[in-house]
Design a protein around this ligand. Structure first.
Ligand SMILES: NC(=O)c1ccc[n+]([C@@H]2O[C@H](COP(=O)([O-])OP(=O)(O)OC[C@H]3O[C@@H](n4cnc5c(N)ncnc54)[C@H](OP(=O)(O)O)[C@@H]3O)[C@@H](O)[C@H]2O)c1
Length: 341
């Protein structure tokens, strides 16, 4: 932070980030503080040690306030959002349990936009997901996945993909509420997010990689997945907030990889871990990557971190945070203690 912070884009502005202690939101808070914003971060329990990393961020002492709020408690959100010029609505359950997923995702989003309307905020940036974009069995393999694509709710329900169902209904609710309450809403749709953790706990998308290093996954699936670096996701949120002409949805993806490519990269970068080498499906042809376009974010100036770098930083962060033991060959040998007689 330069000595004269008044030249920073966020100087003098207060914004709210919901679910501030989460993987993506922690990075949004960090980048907002770096850009001079004052931040009101909502957490369910400000005293929980899992949120301690937020208070350690540069600028947090002067410009971060943690507010206790639950997505289903309108009053708590109203208090957190009052006095803010912007809201980053990132909090959401990340689960396939329909009971835990759908209501907080959908009602929570309505509550946030309602509270934002009351507070007359300039813009709400809503963290949606690729889950609200690509779950469509009728899409042709040649279709380029972009912001015009929507997941099919019946298909999500029938395949019990309650996370994608909840995120799709939540995003639809966000657009309806934005129109009804005349709130400026912009949406970011990230694909699976990887990269260094700021928080001490492990979130769902990181487990996707951890399982390939601990020996718990013996094989890899015959499927593809799109990836994005967490810092690029956080920066996308800020770009669409700060750019007055930003509007609509922004798909946020760097590349689509087959699981076979992921394990190959991991095994090359970290040869000492028991990374699986066999596919669980040896009958069917190898699943093909889908095409996608993130031209809208590129037009705003975002430069995407390559997936290989993303995987490298994910693993080294897991090691640094103590979630993944260093391979035996890299561990410092304990000096042998010789007992004096
Ligand atoms: N990670 C990905 O690959 C990915 C990809 C696309 C989209 N997204 C979206 O990005 C957002 C953040 O995901 P993440 O990966 O950062 O997950 P995360 O680390 O699990 O963070 C989720 C946050 O939401 C909060 N939350 C959950 N239920 C809540 C409730 N009822 N009231 C208040 N807060 C609640 C959690 O608070 P507690 O700490 O109190 O539980 C947590 O801070 C979500 O909207 C997710 O759908 C994630």
């Amino acid at each position: 932070m330069p000595a004269d912070s008044s030249s920073l884009p966020g100087h003098g502005q207060t914004v709210c980030v919901t679910g501030a202690g989460g993987f993506i939101a922690s990075w949004i808070v960090k980048l907002l503080l770096d850009r001079g914003y004052s931040v009101k971060g909502t957490v369910r329990n400000p005293d929980d040690p899992k949120n301690a990393h937020l208070r350690a961020l540069e600028g947090a002492d002067e410009r971060l306030t943690l507010c206790k709020a639950d997505l289903l408690d309108y009053q708590s959100l109203r208090e957190a959002i009052s006095g803010c010029q912007g809201v980053f609505h990132t909090a959401s359950p990340v689960t396939d349990d329909p009971e835990q997923m759908v209501e907080p995702a959908v009602e929570g989003t309505k509550n946030v936009i309602n509270a934002a309307a009351e507070a007359k905020v300039r813009r709400v940036v809503f963290t949606s997901s690729i889950g609200a974009v690509y779950m469509d069995p009728n899409r042709s393999p040649d279709t380029v996945v972009d912001e015009s694509c929507w997941s099919d709710l019946e298909f999500c329900k029938n395949t019990k993909n309650w996370y994608c169902y909840g995120k799709t209904v939540a995003e639809q609710a966000a657009w309806e509420m934005a129109k009804e309450k005349e709130v400026d809403v912009v949406v970011v749709n990230p694909v699976l997010v990887l990269g260094p953790l700021l928080q001490s706990t492990i979130n769902a998308s990181i487990i996707h990689i951890l399982k390939y290093l601990t020996g718990s996954a013996k094989t890899y699936a015959n499927s593809v997945q799109a990836y994005i670096h967490v810092k690029d996701v956080a920066l996308s949120h800020i770009l669409v907030f700060e750019n007055p002409s930003a509007a609509g949805r922004y798909l946020c993806a760097e590349s689509v990889l087959h699981r076979g490519e992921v394990v190959e990269i991991l095994a090359k970068l970290f040869p000492d871990y028991p990374v699986p080498t066999k596919c669980s499906d040896e009958k069917n042809p190898r699943a093909k990557a889908y095409k996608f376009s993130c031209q809208k974010l590129k037009d705003l100036g975002l430069e995407f971190t390559p997936a290989k770098q993303c995987l490298y930083e994910t693993v080294t962060s897991l090691q640094e945070k103590g979630h993944l033991a260093l391979p035996a060959s890299k561990q410092q040998e304990e000096p042998i203690k010789i007992q004096s007689s």
